[in-house]
Design a protein around this ligand. Sequence first.
Ligand code: NI
Length: 498
Amino acid sequence: MRIPTPATRHPKNRRRIVLLFITGAILVAAALLVTRFPSRPTADHITAPSDEKYYFSSSNYDGVRSKFVTRDNAREQTSIEYPLTSSQAINAFITQHIEEFDADFKESVAAGSSFNEPMTQTITYQITHHTENHLSIVLYIKQDTMGAHPLAATRFWTFDKTTGRPITTRELMNNADEAQDALVQAAQRAVTAQLAQRDLPTSNVSDDITAEPLEHFIVADETSIGFPMGAGAMLPSSYGEITVSIPVDVLAEHMRHPLAQSLFRVPPPAEPSQPSTPVPSTEQTAKPTPPPTAGADNVCARKACVALTFDDGPGPHTERLLDMLKTEKVRATFYVLGNKAGGNGATLKRMLSEGHQIGNHSWGHTNLTKVSSKNVRDELVTTNDAIRRVTGHAPNTMRPPYGATNATVQAEMKSAGLASVLWSVDTRDWADRNSAIVCQRAVGSAQNGSIILLHDIHKTSVDAVPCIIDGLKKQGFHLVTVNTLLGSPVPGQSYRSR
Ligand code: NI
Protein backbone atom coordinates (compact mmCIF):
# COMPACT_ATOMS: atom_id res chain seq x y z
CA MET A 1 0.00 0.00 0.00
CA ARG A 2 1.34 3.44 -0.93
CA ILE A 3 1.14 6.09 1.75
CA PRO A 4 0.82 9.59 0.27
CA THR A 5 3.29 12.14 1.57
CA PRO A 6 1.92 15.43 2.97
CA ALA A 7 3.32 17.16 -0.11
CA THR A 8 1.13 15.20 -2.50
CA ARG A 9 -1.95 15.19 -0.23
CA HIS A 10 -2.19 18.89 0.40
CA PRO A 11 -2.90 20.23 -3.14
CA LYS A 12 -5.49 17.48 -3.66
CA ASN A 13 -7.45 18.69 -0.67
CA ARG A 14 -7.31 22.26 -1.87
CA ARG A 15 -8.61 21.16 -5.27
CA ARG A 16 -11.49 19.34 -3.52
CA ILE A 17 -12.47 22.46 -1.59
CA VAL A 18 -12.56 24.48 -4.81
CA LEU A 19 -14.66 21.77 -6.48
CA LEU A 20 -17.07 21.69 -3.56
CA PHE A 21 -17.43 25.45 -3.71
CA ILE A 22 -18.20 25.38 -7.44
CA THR A 23 -20.74 22.55 -6.99
CA GLY A 24 -22.40 24.49 -4.19
CA ALA A 25 -22.62 27.61 -6.33
CA ILE A 26 -24.23 25.62 -9.17
CA LEU A 27 -26.80 24.11 -6.78
CA VAL A 28 -27.71 27.53 -5.39
CA ALA A 29 -28.11 28.86 -8.93
CA ALA A 30 -30.27 25.88 -9.86
CA ALA A 31 -32.46 26.37 -6.79
CA LEU A 32 -32.92 30.03 -7.68
CA LEU A 33 -33.91 29.11 -11.25
CA VAL A 34 -36.50 26.60 -10.01
CA THR A 35 -38.11 29.16 -7.70
CA ARG A 36 -38.14 31.70 -10.54
CA PHE A 37 -40.15 29.33 -12.73
CA PRO A 38 -42.79 27.85 -10.45
CA SER A 39 -44.73 26.38 -13.37
CA ARG A 40 -42.38 23.40 -13.43
CA PRO A 41 -41.92 22.37 -9.84
CA THR A 42 -43.51 18.99 -10.34
CA ALA A 43 -40.69 17.43 -12.33
CA ASP A 44 -38.34 17.07 -9.38
CA HIS A 45 -41.01 15.24 -7.37
CA ILE A 46 -41.64 12.64 -10.03
CA THR A 47 -38.11 11.72 -10.84
CA ALA A 48 -36.86 12.01 -7.27
CA PRO A 49 -34.82 8.81 -6.99
CA SER A 50 -35.41 8.63 -3.24
CA ASP A 51 -39.09 7.76 -3.83
CA GLU A 52 -38.32 4.80 -6.05
CA LYS A 53 -37.32 1.54 -4.41
CA TYR A 54 -36.81 -1.82 -5.98
CA TYR A 55 -36.05 -5.34 -4.93
CA PHE A 56 -35.99 -8.83 -6.36
CA SER A 57 -37.95 -11.86 -5.27
CA SER A 58 -38.25 -15.46 -6.31
CA SER A 59 -41.53 -16.38 -7.97
CA ASN A 60 -43.64 -19.50 -7.92
CA TYR A 61 -42.87 -20.08 -11.57
CA ASP A 62 -39.85 -22.22 -12.36
CA GLY A 63 -37.08 -20.15 -13.89
CA VAL A 64 -38.88 -16.83 -13.41
CA ARG A 65 -38.05 -14.15 -10.87
CA SER A 66 -39.78 -10.86 -10.09
CA LYS A 67 -38.39 -7.37 -9.86
CA PHE A 68 -40.56 -5.07 -7.77
CA VAL A 69 -40.45 -1.31 -8.26
CA THR A 70 -42.35 0.88 -5.82
CA ARG A 71 -42.86 4.62 -5.54
CA ASP A 72 -44.71 5.78 -2.47
CA ASN A 73 -45.26 9.43 -1.72
CA ALA A 74 -48.04 11.98 -1.27
CA ARG A 75 -48.68 12.12 -5.02
CA GLU A 76 -48.59 8.47 -6.04
CA GLN A 77 -48.52 4.89 -4.82
CA THR A 78 -46.98 2.71 -7.47
CA SER A 79 -46.11 -0.95 -7.35
CA ILE A 80 -44.82 -2.73 -10.43
CA GLU A 81 -43.85 -6.37 -10.63
CA TYR A 82 -41.64 -7.13 -13.64
CA PRO A 83 -41.24 -10.77 -14.67
CA LEU A 84 -37.65 -11.82 -15.24
CA THR A 85 -37.54 -14.92 -17.42
CA SER A 86 -34.49 -16.67 -18.82
CA SER A 87 -35.05 -14.88 -22.14
CA GLN A 88 -33.65 -11.36 -22.42
CA ALA A 89 -35.81 -10.75 -25.49
CA ILE A 90 -39.02 -11.63 -23.62
CA ASN A 91 -37.99 -9.50 -20.63
CA ALA A 92 -37.24 -6.52 -22.88
CA PHE A 93 -40.54 -6.93 -24.74
CA ILE A 94 -42.61 -7.00 -21.54
CA THR A 95 -40.59 -4.21 -19.90
CA GLN A 96 -41.26 -1.97 -22.88
CA HIS A 97 -45.01 -2.48 -22.51
CA ILE A 98 -44.89 -1.86 -18.76
CA GLU A 99 -42.87 1.30 -19.24
CA GLU A 100 -45.35 2.69 -21.75
CA PHE A 101 -48.10 2.39 -19.14
CA ASP A 102 -45.84 3.76 -16.43
CA ALA A 103 -44.86 6.76 -18.58
CA ASP A 104 -48.53 7.66 -19.10
CA PHE A 105 -49.14 7.34 -15.40
CA LYS A 106 -46.16 9.54 -14.53
CA GLU A 107 -47.57 12.16 -16.88
CA SER A 108 -50.89 12.09 -15.04
CA VAL A 109 -49.09 12.43 -11.72
CA ALA A 110 -47.10 15.36 -13.11
CA ALA A 111 -50.26 17.04 -14.39
CA GLY A 112 -52.29 16.41 -11.23
CA SER A 113 -53.15 19.49 -9.25
CA SER A 114 -54.88 18.35 -6.09
CA PHE A 115 -53.56 15.39 -4.14
CA ASN A 116 -56.06 14.72 -1.40
CA GLU A 117 -55.35 11.10 -2.13
CA PRO A 118 -52.33 9.75 -3.98
CA MET A 119 -52.87 8.35 -7.48
CA THR A 120 -52.40 4.59 -7.50
CA GLN A 121 -50.82 2.21 -9.98
CA THR A 122 -50.43 -1.56 -9.66
CA ILE A 123 -48.89 -3.72 -12.37
CA THR A 124 -48.65 -7.45 -11.74
CA TYR A 125 -48.44 -10.57 -13.85
CA GLN A 126 -49.59 -14.17 -13.98
CA ILE A 127 -47.97 -16.96 -15.92
CA THR A 128 -50.64 -19.36 -17.11
CA HIS A 129 -48.51 -21.77 -19.15
CA HIS A 130 -44.80 -22.43 -19.06
CA THR A 131 -42.95 -25.19 -20.86
CA GLU A 132 -39.49 -25.61 -22.30
CA ASN A 133 -40.59 -23.87 -25.50
CA HIS A 134 -43.51 -21.61 -24.60
CA LEU A 135 -44.55 -19.08 -22.01
CA SER A 136 -48.05 -17.57 -21.63
CA ILE A 137 -48.27 -14.48 -19.48
CA VAL A 138 -50.92 -11.92 -18.54
CA LEU A 139 -50.01 -8.42 -17.37
CA TYR A 140 -52.62 -6.69 -15.21
CA ILE A 141 -52.41 -2.91 -15.20
CA LYS A 142 -54.53 -0.94 -12.76
CA GLN A 143 -54.26 2.81 -12.54
CA ASP A 144 -56.45 5.17 -10.59
CA THR A 145 -55.62 8.79 -11.30
CA MET A 146 -58.66 9.91 -9.26
CA GLY A 147 -60.35 10.94 -12.51
CA ALA A 148 -63.59 9.62 -13.97
CA HIS A 149 -62.40 6.19 -15.08
CA PRO A 150 -59.83 4.05 -13.34
CA LEU A 151 -57.84 1.99 -15.85
CA ALA A 152 -58.07 -1.80 -15.67
CA ALA A 153 -56.09 -3.02 -18.64
CA THR A 154 -54.41 -6.28 -19.54
CA ARG A 155 -51.75 -7.34 -22.00
CA PHE A 156 -51.28 -11.00 -22.75
CA TRP A 157 -49.04 -13.08 -24.94
CA THR A 158 -47.81 -16.57 -25.58
CA PHE A 159 -44.10 -16.36 -26.33
CA ASP A 160 -41.96 -18.68 -28.38
CA LYS A 161 -39.00 -18.92 -26.02
CA THR A 162 -36.48 -19.63 -28.78
CA THR A 163 -37.28 -16.45 -30.72
CA GLY A 164 -38.46 -14.36 -27.75
CA ARG A 165 -41.38 -13.17 -29.89
CA PRO A 166 -45.09 -13.55 -29.13
CA ILE A 167 -47.02 -16.01 -31.30
CA THR A 168 -50.04 -14.51 -33.04
CA THR A 169 -53.39 -16.24 -33.47
CA ARG A 170 -52.76 -16.05 -37.22
CA GLU A 171 -49.59 -18.11 -36.84
CA LEU A 172 -51.45 -20.46 -34.54
CA MET A 173 -53.98 -21.14 -37.29
CA ASN A 174 -51.70 -21.33 -40.34
CA ASN A 175 -52.33 -17.73 -41.44
CA ALA A 176 -55.63 -18.82 -43.00
CA ASP A 177 -58.21 -16.05 -43.45
CA GLU A 178 -61.07 -18.49 -42.99
CA ALA A 179 -59.53 -19.51 -39.66
CA GLN A 180 -59.38 -15.87 -38.61
CA ASP A 181 -63.07 -15.49 -39.50
CA ALA A 182 -63.92 -18.60 -37.52
CA LEU A 183 -62.00 -17.23 -34.52
CA VAL A 184 -63.84 -13.89 -34.62
CA GLN A 185 -67.21 -15.62 -34.90
CA ALA A 186 -66.37 -17.93 -32.00
CA ALA A 187 -65.36 -14.91 -29.92
CA GLN A 188 -68.60 -13.14 -30.79
CA ARG A 189 -70.59 -16.16 -29.62
CA ALA A 190 -68.53 -16.51 -26.43
CA VAL A 191 -68.87 -12.84 -25.50
CA THR A 192 -72.58 -12.70 -26.29
CA ALA A 193 -73.18 -15.77 -24.10
CA GLN A 194 -71.13 -14.27 -21.28
CA LEU A 195 -72.97 -10.93 -21.39
CA ALA A 196 -76.35 -12.66 -21.48
CA GLN A 197 -75.37 -14.60 -18.39
CA ARG A 198 -74.51 -11.32 -16.65
CA ASP A 199 -77.81 -9.76 -17.79
CA LEU A 200 -76.02 -7.16 -19.90
CA PRO A 201 -77.29 -5.96 -23.29
CA THR A 202 -75.92 -8.02 -26.17
CA SER A 203 -77.27 -6.14 -29.19
CA ASN A 204 -74.57 -4.78 -31.50
CA VAL A 205 -71.69 -6.15 -29.42
CA SER A 206 -70.74 -8.47 -32.27
CA ASP A 207 -69.84 -5.43 -34.38
CA ASP A 208 -67.22 -4.46 -31.78
CA ILE A 209 -65.54 -7.85 -31.83
CA THR A 210 -62.94 -7.87 -34.55
CA ALA A 211 -59.70 -9.74 -35.13
CA GLU A 212 -57.57 -6.93 -33.71
CA PRO A 213 -57.98 -7.52 -29.95
CA LEU A 214 -57.65 -11.24 -30.69
CA GLU A 215 -54.17 -10.90 -32.18
CA HIS A 216 -52.49 -12.49 -29.16
CA PHE A 217 -53.68 -15.27 -26.87
CA ILE A 218 -52.77 -17.29 -23.80
CA VAL A 219 -52.80 -20.96 -22.98
CA ALA A 220 -54.63 -21.25 -19.65
CA ASP A 221 -55.76 -24.81 -20.02
CA GLU A 222 -54.89 -26.93 -23.00
CA THR A 223 -58.42 -27.18 -24.30
CA SER A 224 -59.22 -23.51 -24.86
CA ILE A 225 -57.60 -20.40 -26.33
CA GLY A 226 -57.69 -17.58 -23.79
CA PHE A 227 -58.13 -13.82 -24.25
CA PRO A 228 -58.21 -12.10 -20.84
CA MET A 229 -59.40 -8.66 -21.95
CA GLY A 230 -59.18 -5.61 -19.74
CA ALA A 231 -62.06 -3.16 -19.49
CA GLY A 232 -62.51 -1.27 -22.76
CA ALA A 233 -60.17 -3.49 -24.76
CA MET A 234 -62.92 -4.84 -26.97
CA LEU A 235 -66.28 -3.58 -25.78
CA PRO A 236 -67.04 -0.21 -24.17
CA SER A 237 -65.42 -0.11 -20.73
CA SER A 238 -68.84 -0.06 -19.04
CA TYR A 239 -68.95 -3.81 -19.75
CA GLY A 240 -65.94 -4.31 -17.48
CA GLU A 241 -63.27 -6.94 -17.89
CA ILE A 242 -64.14 -9.82 -20.20
CA THR A 243 -62.25 -13.07 -20.45
CA VAL A 244 -62.94 -14.76 -23.75
CA SER A 245 -62.21 -18.45 -23.77
CA ILE A 246 -62.70 -20.37 -27.01
CA PRO A 247 -62.77 -24.16 -26.87
CA VAL A 248 -60.13 -25.66 -29.14
CA ASP A 249 -62.64 -28.14 -30.59
CA VAL A 250 -64.50 -25.24 -32.24
CA LEU A 251 -61.36 -24.37 -34.23
CA ALA A 252 -59.85 -27.85 -34.39
CA GLU A 253 -59.86 -28.10 -38.18
CA HIS A 254 -57.57 -25.03 -38.32
CA MET A 255 -55.23 -26.27 -35.60
CA ARG A 256 -53.88 -29.57 -36.85
CA HIS A 257 -50.31 -28.39 -37.40
CA PRO A 258 -47.37 -28.85 -35.02
CA LEU A 259 -47.32 -25.38 -33.42
CA ALA A 260 -50.99 -25.55 -32.42
CA GLN A 261 -50.61 -29.18 -31.34
CA SER A 262 -47.66 -28.31 -29.14
CA LEU A 263 -49.72 -25.69 -27.29
CA PHE A 264 -53.19 -27.20 -27.17
CA ARG A 265 -54.83 -30.57 -26.95
CA VAL A 266 -56.50 -30.50 -30.35
CA PRO A 267 -59.16 -33.20 -30.68
CA PRO A 268 -58.92 -35.58 -33.65
CA PRO A 269 -61.26 -35.10 -36.63
CA ALA A 270 -64.87 -35.71 -35.67
CA GLU A 271 -66.02 -39.32 -35.64
CA PRO A 272 -69.53 -40.68 -35.24
CA SER A 273 -70.43 -39.73 -31.69
CA GLN A 274 -70.42 -42.45 -29.08
CA PRO A 275 -72.66 -42.48 -26.07
CA SER A 276 -70.52 -41.84 -23.01
CA THR A 277 -70.61 -44.60 -20.47
CA PRO A 278 -70.53 -43.35 -16.92
CA VAL A 279 -67.79 -44.87 -14.77
CA PRO A 280 -69.46 -47.18 -12.28
CA SER A 281 -68.43 -46.41 -8.75
CA THR A 282 -68.21 -48.83 -5.88
CA GLU A 283 -67.04 -46.17 -3.43
CA GLN A 284 -70.50 -45.16 -2.27
CA THR A 285 -69.16 -44.00 1.10
CA ALA A 286 -67.03 -41.32 -0.56
CA LYS A 287 -69.88 -39.78 -2.55
CA PRO A 288 -70.04 -36.07 -1.86
CA THR A 289 -72.90 -34.67 0.12
CA PRO A 290 -72.26 -30.94 0.18
CA PRO A 291 -74.47 -28.80 2.43
CA PRO A 292 -77.81 -28.07 0.75
CA THR A 293 -77.15 -24.32 0.50
CA ALA A 294 -74.01 -24.77 -1.58
CA GLY A 295 -74.44 -23.51 -5.12
CA ALA A 296 -78.01 -22.38 -4.47
CA ASP A 297 -77.11 -18.69 -4.58
CA ASN A 298 -76.68 -17.52 -8.15
CA VAL A 299 -75.47 -13.98 -7.32
CA CYS A 300 -72.56 -14.54 -9.73
CA ALA A 301 -74.90 -14.67 -12.71
CA ARG A 302 -75.63 -10.99 -12.05
CA LYS A 303 -72.60 -9.65 -10.19
CA ALA A 304 -68.82 -9.87 -10.49
CA CYS A 305 -67.59 -12.61 -8.16
CA VAL A 306 -64.30 -13.99 -6.93
CA ALA A 307 -63.57 -16.92 -4.64
CA LEU A 308 -60.98 -16.83 -1.88
CA THR A 309 -59.53 -20.28 -1.20
CA PHE A 310 -57.31 -21.31 1.72
CA ASP A 311 -55.20 -24.46 1.52
CA ASP A 312 -53.34 -26.85 3.80
CA GLY A 313 -55.23 -26.06 7.02
CA PRO A 314 -56.78 -25.86 9.44
CA GLY A 315 -53.88 -24.23 11.27
CA PRO A 316 -53.24 -22.04 14.31
CA HIS A 317 -54.54 -18.91 12.51
CA THR A 318 -57.71 -20.41 11.01
CA GLU A 319 -60.08 -19.44 13.84
CA ARG A 320 -58.83 -15.84 13.67
CA LEU A 321 -59.41 -15.93 9.90
CA LEU A 322 -62.97 -17.17 10.45
CA ASP A 323 -63.53 -14.23 12.82
CA MET A 324 -62.39 -11.81 10.09
CA LEU A 325 -64.60 -13.42 7.45
CA LYS A 326 -67.56 -13.27 9.82
CA THR A 327 -67.01 -9.56 10.53
CA GLU A 328 -66.80 -8.82 6.82
CA LYS A 329 -69.70 -11.17 5.94
CA VAL A 330 -67.52 -12.89 3.38
CA ARG A 331 -67.59 -16.57 2.42
CA ALA A 332 -64.54 -18.59 1.48
CA THR A 333 -63.48 -22.12 0.62
CA PHE A 334 -61.05 -24.20 2.67
CA TYR A 335 -59.07 -27.01 1.06
CA VAL A 336 -58.24 -29.02 4.15
CA LEU A 337 -55.96 -31.98 4.59
CA GLY A 338 -57.61 -35.23 5.65
CA ASN A 339 -55.01 -35.80 8.36
CA LYS A 340 -55.98 -32.48 9.98
CA ALA A 341 -59.74 -33.05 9.91
CA GLY A 342 -60.08 -35.29 12.95
CA GLY A 343 -58.24 -32.98 15.34
CA ASN A 344 -60.07 -29.85 14.15
CA GLY A 345 -63.69 -30.98 14.18
CA ALA A 346 -64.97 -27.82 15.87
CA THR A 347 -63.23 -25.56 13.35
CA LEU A 348 -64.58 -27.54 10.39
CA LYS A 349 -68.11 -27.45 11.81
CA ARG A 350 -67.79 -23.73 12.34
CA MET A 351 -66.73 -23.28 8.68
CA LEU A 352 -69.88 -24.94 7.42
CA SER A 353 -72.20 -23.27 9.92
CA GLU A 354 -70.89 -19.85 8.85
CA GLY A 355 -71.53 -20.57 5.18
CA HIS A 356 -68.04 -21.48 4.04
CA GLN A 357 -67.20 -24.44 1.85
CA ILE A 358 -64.82 -27.27 2.69
CA GLY A 359 -62.87 -28.99 -0.06
CA ASN A 360 -60.60 -32.01 -0.19
CA HIS A 361 -56.83 -31.36 -0.40
CA SER A 362 -55.75 -35.03 -0.08
CA TRP A 363 -54.93 -36.87 3.12
CA GLY A 364 -51.24 -36.02 3.49
CA HIS A 365 -50.48 -33.41 0.79
CA THR A 366 -49.35 -36.11 -1.61
CA ASN A 367 -48.36 -35.33 -5.18
CA LEU A 368 -51.11 -37.47 -6.71
CA THR A 369 -49.35 -37.76 -10.07
CA LYS A 370 -46.52 -39.68 -8.42
CA VAL A 371 -48.52 -42.48 -6.81
CA SER A 372 -50.63 -45.42 -8.03
CA SER A 373 -54.28 -44.97 -8.89
CA LYS A 374 -55.15 -47.08 -5.84
CA ASN A 375 -53.23 -44.61 -3.64
CA VAL A 376 -54.95 -41.67 -5.34
CA ARG A 377 -58.32 -43.25 -4.56
CA ASP A 378 -57.31 -43.79 -0.93
CA GLU A 379 -56.19 -40.15 -0.54
CA LEU A 380 -59.50 -38.90 -1.94
CA VAL A 381 -61.82 -41.30 -0.16
CA THR A 382 -60.22 -41.25 3.30
CA THR A 383 -60.19 -37.46 3.28
CA ASN A 384 -63.83 -37.15 2.23
CA ASP A 385 -64.78 -39.73 4.86
CA ALA A 386 -62.82 -37.92 7.60
CA ILE A 387 -64.47 -34.60 6.77
CA ARG A 388 -67.92 -36.15 6.67
CA ARG A 389 -67.32 -37.91 9.98
CA VAL A 390 -66.83 -34.57 11.75
CA THR A 391 -69.18 -32.30 9.78
CA GLY A 392 -71.81 -34.61 8.32
CA HIS A 393 -70.95 -33.46 4.80
CA ALA A 394 -68.37 -34.71 2.31
CA PRO A 395 -66.71 -32.23 -0.10
CA ASN A 396 -67.68 -32.13 -3.80
CA THR A 397 -64.49 -30.41 -4.93
CA MET A 398 -60.83 -31.31 -4.62
CA ARG A 399 -57.66 -29.30 -4.99
CA PRO A 400 -54.77 -31.57 -5.92
CA PRO A 401 -51.64 -30.66 -3.91
CA TYR A 402 -49.19 -28.57 -5.99
CA GLY A 403 -51.92 -28.31 -8.62
CA ALA A 404 -50.48 -31.59 -9.90
CA THR A 405 -52.97 -33.67 -11.80
CA ASN A 406 -53.16 -35.98 -14.80
CA ALA A 407 -55.65 -38.23 -16.55
CA THR A 408 -55.43 -40.92 -13.85
CA VAL A 409 -56.03 -38.42 -11.06
CA GLN A 410 -58.93 -36.82 -12.94
CA ALA A 411 -60.50 -40.24 -13.51
CA GLU A 412 -60.25 -41.05 -9.80
CA MET A 413 -61.73 -37.69 -8.92
CA LYS A 414 -64.61 -38.34 -11.27
CA SER A 415 -65.43 -41.67 -9.70
CA ALA A 416 -65.16 -40.13 -6.22
CA GLY A 417 -67.62 -37.41 -7.29
CA LEU A 418 -65.06 -34.63 -7.02
CA ALA A 419 -64.48 -31.68 -9.35
CA SER A 420 -60.88 -30.50 -9.59
CA VAL A 421 -60.47 -26.86 -8.54
CA LEU A 422 -57.19 -25.12 -9.30
CA TRP A 423 -56.74 -21.33 -9.26
CA SER A 424 -56.29 -18.36 -11.58
CA VAL A 425 -54.66 -15.97 -9.10
CA ASP A 426 -51.63 -17.26 -7.24
CA THR A 427 -50.63 -14.98 -4.37
CA ARG A 428 -47.43 -17.01 -3.83
CA ASP A 429 -48.01 -16.34 -0.15
CA TRP A 430 -45.89 -19.34 0.83
CA ALA A 431 -42.86 -17.76 -0.84
CA ASP A 432 -43.31 -14.14 0.23
CA ARG A 433 -44.28 -13.96 3.88
CA ASN A 434 -45.21 -10.32 3.46
CA SER A 435 -48.86 -9.32 3.90
CA ALA A 436 -48.58 -6.21 1.72
CA ILE A 437 -47.23 -8.19 -1.24
CA VAL A 438 -49.78 -10.97 -0.74
CA CYS A 439 -52.60 -8.42 -0.66
CA GLN A 440 -51.30 -6.63 -3.72
CA ARG A 441 -51.09 -9.87 -5.72
CA ALA A 442 -54.59 -10.98 -4.70
CA VAL A 443 -56.23 -7.64 -5.42
CA GLY A 444 -54.12 -6.57 -8.39
CA SER A 445 -54.77 -9.70 -10.43
CA ALA A 446 -58.41 -10.38 -9.56
CA GLN A 447 -60.96 -10.47 -12.34
CA ASN A 448 -64.57 -11.53 -12.49
CA GLY A 449 -64.58 -15.29 -11.95
CA SER A 450 -61.11 -15.50 -10.39
CA ILE A 451 -60.20 -18.22 -7.92
CA ILE A 452 -57.57 -16.85 -5.54
CA LEU A 453 -55.06 -19.16 -3.86
CA LEU A 454 -53.95 -18.51 -0.27
CA HIS A 455 -52.77 -20.66 2.65
CA ASP A 456 -54.33 -20.18 6.08
CA ILE A 457 -51.38 -21.93 7.74
CA HIS A 458 -49.27 -18.76 7.34
CA LYS A 459 -49.75 -15.88 9.76
CA THR A 460 -48.78 -13.32 7.09
CA SER A 461 -51.47 -14.66 4.74
CA VAL A 462 -54.20 -14.39 7.39
CA ASP A 463 -52.92 -10.91 8.28
CA ALA A 464 -53.34 -9.93 4.61
CA VAL A 465 -57.03 -10.88 4.53
CA PRO A 466 -58.57 -7.57 5.74
CA CYS A 467 -56.61 -5.71 3.04
CA ILE A 468 -57.62 -8.30 0.42
CA ILE A 469 -61.31 -8.14 1.31
CA ASP A 470 -61.24 -4.36 1.35
CA GLY A 471 -59.44 -4.14 -2.00
CA LEU A 472 -61.73 -6.65 -3.71
CA LYS A 473 -64.91 -5.07 -2.34
CA LYS A 474 -63.76 -1.65 -3.53
CA GLN A 475 -63.57 -3.12 -7.04
CA GLY A 476 -67.14 -4.31 -6.71
CA PHE A 477 -66.45 -8.01 -6.32
CA HIS A 478 -68.67 -10.34 -4.34
CA LEU A 479 -66.60 -12.82 -2.37
CA VAL A 480 -68.23 -16.23 -2.62
CA THR A 481 -67.49 -19.92 -2.21
CA VAL A 482 -66.20 -22.03 -5.10
CA ASN A 483 -69.57 -23.76 -5.46
CA THR A 484 -71.34 -20.41 -5.76
CA LEU A 485 -68.75 -19.14 -8.23
CA LEU A 486 -68.83 -22.21 -10.46
CA GLY A 487 -72.53 -23.07 -10.14
CA SER A 488 -72.46 -26.84 -10.09
CA PRO A 489 -68.90 -28.02 -10.66
CA VAL A 490 -68.89 -31.29 -12.58
CA PRO A 491 -67.04 -34.29 -11.07
CA GLY A 492 -63.86 -35.10 -13.00
CA GLN A 493 -63.80 -31.65 -14.65
CA SER A 494 -60.98 -29.23 -13.87
CA TYR A 495 -61.59 -25.54 -13.10
CA ARG A 496 -59.20 -22.62 -12.73
CA SER A 497 -61.80 -19.86 -12.75
CA ARG A 498 -65.39 -19.37 -13.79
NI1 NI B 1 -51.33 -27.37 -0.52
